[in-house]
Write a new protein. Structure first.
Length: 132
């Protein structure tokens, strides 16, 4: 009986270790995907999203040039702390993460590449003229 308890305890520990390994692997995958999405934003993988990011950064730079950072932080803080009072049923979202979710990671870029036609097995391939 003691061996069964030890065996079940050992198997439970192995399952717990497997679950921890899977969750660590998923977290590392998410972090790597996030980094790849940032890289692909500035690699012009999706040109529209890259242009959008560049324009947003330019607008933010101009705003920072003309308006002191103290006032920007003050307006941001007022907006953040009064958001629940102004619209209590609004769903919170992060615009930066929403933007990055639209940029493909390296795995998605490989999966969604256009397939190039293989001309070697084409039915319209020219046949050699065997006359004469």
């Amino acid at each position: 009986m003691a061996e069964d308890g030890e065996k079940k305890g050992f198997i439970n520990k192995i399952y717990a270790i497997q679950e921890v390994c899977v969750s660590v692997q998923n977290i590392l995958d998410d972090v790597a995907s996030f980094g790849e999405r940032i890289k692909n934003t500035f690699n012009w993988t999706v040109p529209f999203l890259s242009w959008l990011a560049i324009v947003a950064l330019c607008v933010f730079t101009v705003i920072l040039y003309f308006i002191p950072l103290r006032y920007i932080v003050l307006v941001w803080g007022i907006n953040k702390f009064t958001k629940k009072l102004r619209s209590p049923y609004a769903i919170d979202n992060n615009e930066l993460l929403d933007f990055l979710s639209r940029v493909p990671s390296d795995v998605q870029v490989v999966q969604y590449q256009e397939l190039k036609p293989d001309h070697s097995h084409s039915p319209y391939k020219r046949k050699k003229n065997t006359l004469g």
